[in-house]
Design a protein around this ligand. Sequence first.
Ligand SMILES: [Zn+2]
Length: 348
Amino acid sequence: MKRSNLLYLLPALAILSCSKDEITPNTEEQLIENKELAANVEVAYPDDFGLLSDVYYAGKKITVEEIDGDYIYEGDIVFSNDMITSRDVKVVFEKGEEIPAQKSVGRTSARWPNNTVYYSIDSSLPDKNRATDAIQHWEANTNLKFVQRTSQSNYIYFTPGSGCSSYVGMVGGRQNITLASACSTGNTIHEVGHAVGLWHEQSRVDRDKHIKINYSNIQSGREHNFKTYAENGSDGDEFTSNLDFGSIMLYSSYSFSSNGQPTIVKVDGSTYTTQRNALSSGDKTGINAMYPSGNTGGTTEPVAPTYINGEYYTISGLTVLRYRDTWFYNGTYGWREVKLYKGYWYWA
Ligand SMILES: [Zn+2]
C-alpha cells in the first residue's frame, strides 16, 4: 500500500513579492495589461467553454468542465474518462463481497517510481526545445531524472494542443502534456510540475491566510477553478508552511477574470506578480520532499510513505483519514474504519 501522490507542493519560503500594486484603475489600457498578465497562465482550452458537470473522483464530488472529451479541472488539469465516474459508485465493500467490474474512481498511485520520468516528444511539436529546456531545468533543480522513453508503458508525451495542459501525477500509460504554440518554456515547466504530482499553489488548504479570492470578478462558470484541493475532495500534502508567491504553480492575480479586475489578491487587497521562469526555492524544497534523493535505489517502488495521524490521503480511489494508525472513511453512515486489501477497500 502506498500513498497516492496527487501531492500538492507547499514551498518552504514565501518569497516576498516586490509588488505593491494597488487595485487597478479601470482604464482601458490597464484592463488590456491585466489581460496580458493573466495570459501567461496555463489554460487547456483558452477559447472554449465546456459543459460543467459534477463527477466523482476518489469518492468525492468535484466539478469539471468537459471540452472535446477531456475533463478539465482548474483550467489546465486534465482528468481522463476512466479516472472519474458520473455517479457515486461503491468505493468500500463488505467482507467477501464480489467486486463488480468497474473502472477506478481514482488513482492508486501517482508518483513516478525511482525518481524517473519517462517522456517522448511528438515529432510534430513545434519548438521542441520548450520540452527539452523544461526537462533540463527540472533535472538541474530537483532529484528527478527524465529519460527518453523506449518501451516503457508509463510516460509523458509532449504534443501540440489548443492550450497548455497536463494530468496531475503519473496516471499510467501515455499521458499528454499539450503545448499550444503560445505555451512558453516556463509554462512547460509548470505543466511538468503537474505531471510529477503538483496541484496549483493557490489550492492549498490554508490559502485563505495568504490570499483572497474575488469571486465577483471571476468569469461566470469558472468559479470552481478556485476551490482548494480539499474542497474538491482531492488529496494533497503540504510540504511547507506558507503559500509561495514565487511558485511557478501559482495562478495570476487576473486568472479567469471576467472584467479585467483581479480574481486573486493578497489578504491586504494588493495584487501580486506571478512568474513563469523557473522553479522557486520553495518549489524545489517541496518537490524534493516528494522525491527524496534516497529514492533512486534499485527498487521499482517509491520509498514507503509514513502516514501521519490526522491527515487525509487518497489511496486506491478513496479519500481516507489516518487516525490512530488505522484508516477511516466518511461515507453514508458517517466515519467508519476501513481496510485496504489487494487494492480494494473493505469495511473493517
Ligand atoms: Zn496548472
